[in-house]
Design a protein around this ligand. Sequence first.
Ligand code: NAP
Ligand code: HSE
Length: 432
Amino acid sequence: MESISIGLLGLGTVGAGVVKIVENHQDKLSHQIGCPVTVKKALVQDLEKDRGLDIENSILTLNPEEVLFDPEIDIVVEVMGGIEATKEHLLHALHEGKHVVTANKDLMALHGPELLRAASENGCDLFYEASVAGGIPILRSLVDGLASDRITKMMGIVNGTTNFILTKMTKEGRTFDDVLKEAQDLGYAESDPTADVGGLDAARKMAILSTLGFSMNVDLADVKVKGITEVTGDDIQYAEQFGYTMKLIGYAHREGEKVEVSVEPTLLQNEHPLASVHDEYNAVYVYGEAVGETMFYGPGAGSLPTATAVVSDMVGIMKNMRLGVNGKSAVNPQFPKKLKEPDEIHSKYFLRLHVRDEVGVLAKLTSIFSNHGVSFEKILQNPLDSDEFAEIVLVTHKASLEHYEDILMELKDYEAVHSIESSYRVEGGEKG
Ligand code: NAP
Ligand code: HSE
């Protein structure tokens, strides 16, 4: 190979990082693959925008065909975002025999299997390391580094925006809206931050992680999702008082042949390794039967960290090109998907409720829990401003989700319960 040509779809935050790394690390890249790498074309929306890059304006184009159908382009790097039209672009590229690198978790969580099939049918590589946890090489670690093990649990802080918000709410006592604005200004949040704070962005990443880690096709629709918009300062203070840290946790657990995958605000025991992952940082805790506990930590977003993963995928493709083995590395899922039922999902739960402050109410609450075989690990009662009501905050021992949901229904029906203020999963005591 005399040189490798790259075509970019998108030249924004991540695309600009790719151009910088290709330029600044050209010596290392050429040494590894045996020839120079050049960016030949880049699809954008606005030809006039100042991108702060030292590039010829002639490489910019508004026409995707100049990237997708240029016979000299070997690798198409998709860093523009979007789903349906972007999928069509990538299918065209693959049919043209071009290898693809994408950072697009929205696309891979929804259409990953179809795109991977098209890649393999056309003898092409399709790599997507940057789609989960930005600069952390977590997908390669699952597929290659832990290839010999059976992974039973993955817990991830895989959204930088929500981790930044919860960290600032916890450490600085700031409000959700105030910190979200700062996360947007710093460029962590998506242009529409609903997917970040609503948990969807993390759910997409957990679907990708679970599919690879458990070797079964876990769809986005299989992931139970709850975001952080209802987390309050009071919840965070009680969490601290009880020895927990509030985090948005992606939780993927395999028991026997069945899995559960969720994203939800979770009270993590302070001793858990993920509890000390702060600000916009990401981390993925992986438990393998043989290896035990491992954790992968680093920047989950940002121009150069994310571009590092993209360019490393490019290097993987270029090495495969040299060896003539493109399109042969993807492994189809080994297992059929089997999801746990609510009676097979077990956890501790934190519950905060406002009740009438009367004789017998606490006894009745206790009986509602004990009738379902659930006991309390911690409980406290605080008076509220009005003498009429009190706040009860409790953490249960482990309970099945089925029993816990039944308990919540009964509490809602009990006339002495004024409101269920909040309810969260509690994790961290067990490893595998
Ligand atoms: P961005 O800054 O908004 O850049 C998007 C780029 O794509 C821009 O150059 C834009 O052109 C171009 N573009 C968008 N729609 C287009 C269209 N229809 N036709 C032509 N060009 C189009 O986005 P980003 O932050 O780099 O993110 C890119 C992808 O990486 C997304 O899938 C994102 O989820 C993923 N990702 C991002 C991060 C991160 O930290 N930013 C981390 C991990 C993964 P103009 O510049 O002319 O507007
Ligand atoms: N908005 C995402 C985050 C960017 O906050 O983690 C990286 O995928």
